[in-house]
Ligand binder design. Sequence first.
Ligand code: BG6
Length: 486
Amino acid sequence: MVRKFPEGFLWGGATAANQYEGGWNEGGKGISVSDCARHHLDVDVQDYKAHNSITTKDIEDALKSTDDSLYPKRHASDGYHHYKEDIKMYAEMGFKVYRMSIAWTRIFPNGDDKEPNEEGLKFYDDVFDECLKYGIEPLVTMSHYEPPINLVLNYDGWASREVIDMFVRYVEVICERYKNKVKYWLTFNEVDSMIRHPYTTGGLVEDRFPGRNFQEVIFQAMHHQFVASALATKICHEKIPGSKVGCMLTKLTYYPYTCKPEDVLQAQQDMRSTYCYSDTQVFGEYPAYLLAKFKNEGIHIKMEEGDLDIMKQYPVDFVSFSYYSSSCVAKNADGLKTTAANTMIAIKNPHIPSSDWGWQIDPIGLRISLVDLYDRYRKPLFIVENGLGAKDELVNGTVDDQYRIDYFDAHFREMLNAIEIDGVDLMGYTSWGCIDIVSESTKQMSKRYGFIYVDCDDEGNGTYKRYKKKSFDWYKHVIETNGACL
Ligand code: BG6
């Protein structure tokens, strides 16, 4: 029997403004945290700490620097000037949906501005119109590593309560403006990532909180994002009847390294420390084990009256997530080989291969993740990030990326298994970096995920011309046949 994805399955691709758009100082845009994140090309790609650590001095240097080659997100893939041809290529592949983010700093350049920037609003009007012209639904992330730098320097980033109001104002403006164009929304990209890179997610720089427990600062900021996310859901529902709002979590999937009960327990504990954030956004309340962690570790979160009610009243409609790889966990990791995963280092699984960046390739892990999430939440799921970051070589105007086709093919088959055998309700799939974009963790352009190659190197040199890779036609055929060709 030929297997297919459900009718109306939302196939597409995903990018984020900070990694795709560039045009960092055009159209009235303000400076975001990502515009100040420099690359460290001489540092081991697995040393995430070094790639993501930042001080106030680094930001000051960035603000003075006119050398954009050091700050890859300032040019990114130059989507700001190329979006029309890019969307045309997505349409050619048959995309039903395009996940993208709005750069907060295009709308409110400093976050605390009185009035929005009309040029920024107009830019996204044009982007959405371009999508809709081809029948592509925009799926919009409201915040994807794009807090205005002003919030870092003149407030305490998301640790400031006031930032909730600024974000709410931004959400009111975009929901009002795009109410006839955008139906699918995500509030915060990988809300949990604040733990791993507090600067890009929450605008938090450790040296700005002397004498404070930085973990507490992070959780305070996260609390503010939970409240802001619930309020954003409320605004969306009120302004756009029928709109759907999702949370977005990093689906880190942990296996016990052995069947020793200690290792199994450790894996369970680590899984819970990932789920606790989506639990909060789906169930609308902090799970008991997160509250226990706060208590045991002396973390005190300031909550205002009404916060918990707001969170309870406006949970998300669906659960979206990123999935790239699985990892192993052991109670005692001494002597075990480690490897990189999504902004973390984990114990290496000897049974599965790894990407050029050490991320382990595990399609069955995607099925396991889908089942776990659906059993836990019973809400529709949406895979909004997945893909293979690889070193691609452009030869005669194309890239022979059979390795990427193999990666997708295996993952799509497991998605079908999850839908057909496990009964998972999966709304859609957007591959990450459907066009090459700058990597988040290492800020390299040479870590490529796309079906479309962008001629630009790690320092921003190149023509920025677009080329179809071999996977372009392959993905087009998958969408055309709704997976029947797999
Ligand atoms: C996700 C982020 O965690 O992983 C993206 O939401 C990021 O912004 C993606 O780009 C892949 O990670 P990287 O480091 O390969 O770009």
